[in-house]
Ligand binder design. Structure first.
Ligand SMILES: NC(=O)c1ccc[n+]([C@@H]2O[C@H](COP(=O)([O-])OP(=O)(O)OC[C@H]3O[C@@H](n4cnc5c(N)ncnc54)[C@H](O)[C@@H]3O)[C@@H](O)[C@H]2O)c1
Length: 285
């Protein structure tokens, strides 16, 4: 975090202009504190659902936002919404599980929007089945998008964050990490992301980069709608059944997760790292 006094101290102590410049200081007065560093955020899987809500929230928070998803046309819809609300956004087609695709996408973001300092690893898929019916393809697909994808995206973006000496990575885990029938692949990936989060927090902390995870409970999106359809239940009944199990008596909305991402991305959250926050309308274990 670069506060007014912190920035002044940094300026007076910095003999080397290049070092100062590497902080990419662009001051804006916001009350008692001064912000900040490069404000470019990358949100994967943000053409819809939780990712789209996160992207819009980060735009409202003053970030330029790269909308990364499989289909560029779908990204453009969210980009247009952000732009018409006065924000800056860039559509970028990417397959997060593909190394070359990720490297190209991140390089494009850095060139077009500026070096990314916030990454939200949100892209996800489900391929649910009981283990005796689960194919190797369905196991690998889930591992590749959630785990490999978060690894590739984090590796590609951390170089900009460590250079800026400031960054935020937020990974989307799930309450399924604690166990959920029919989701051995998904729950293993989401539990894996929790270990990934803690280790990355240890590695990147000294560069001013925090790494945290959000583990949502039931959130109303196309992912949960598809689960209802697969189970042959109407989405309304599915949501009502889920809400009965949730202490706050409702299912979650994408904005509930966006609010938590917004908290982690703030400068003032710099002492919160390696944490997994369950955003699930109640305690989970
Ligand atoms: N909805 C929930 O109840 C819930 C609960 C816990 C965790 N989560 C997690 O939150 C995240 C977002 O979930 P959602 O409900 O918005 O899902 P969603 O299916 O609505 O959106 C996921 C997005 O990820 C994109 N995506 C998938 N594979 C990709 C790839 N290889 N490269 C790039 N983009 C890819 C999809 O195209 C889609 O736009 C996921 O990681 C999910 O596992 C969701």
């Amino acid at each position: 975090m670069v506060t007014t006094s912190g920035a002044v101290a940094a300026i007076s102590e910095a003999n080397d202009f290049r070092e100062l410049n590497s902080f990419n200081l662009s001051f804006q007065l916001t009350g008692a504190t001064m912000t900040t560093l490069q404000k470019t955020a990358v949100v994967t899987g943000s053409a819809r659902g939780i990712g789209a809500a996160v992207a819009k929230r980060l735009s409202n928070d003053g970030f330029s936002v790269a909308i990364l998803d499989l289909d560029e046309a779908a990204c453009k819809v969210v980009v247009d919404e952000i732009k018409s609300a006065g924000g800056e956004a860039l559509p970028v087609a990417v397959d997060v599980s593909d190394e070359q695709s990720v490297e190209q996408a991140v390089a494009h973001v850095a060139e077009a929007l500026g070096p990314p300092t916030v990454l939200v690893n949100n892209a996800g898929i489900t391929r649910d089945n009981l283990i005796f019916k689960m194919s190797v393809n369905d196991w690998d697909a889930v591992m590749n998008v959630h785990l490999r994808g978060s690894f590739l995206m984090s590796r590609a973006t951390q170089r900009f964050m460590t250079e800026a000496k400031w960054g935020r990575i937020v990974n989307l885990s799930s309450t399924s990490a604690l166990g959920n029938r029919g989701q051995t692949n998904y729950s293993a990936a989401k539990a894996g992301l929790q270990g990934f989060t803690k280790t990355l927090a240890i590695e990147l902390g000294k560069f001013g980069v925090t790494v945290n995870a959000i583990a949502p409970g039931f959130i109303e999106t196309e992912m949960t709608a598809a689960t209802a359809a697969r189970m042959g239940i109407s989405f309304e009944d599915f949501k009502a059944g889920a809400a009965k199990q949730i202490p706050v008596a409702r299912v979650g909305q994408p904005d509930d997760i966006a609010a938590m991402v917004s908290f982690f991305a703030r400068e003032e959250s710099s002492f919160v790292s390696g944490q997994v926050i369950y955003v699930a309308g109640g305690p989970t274990d």
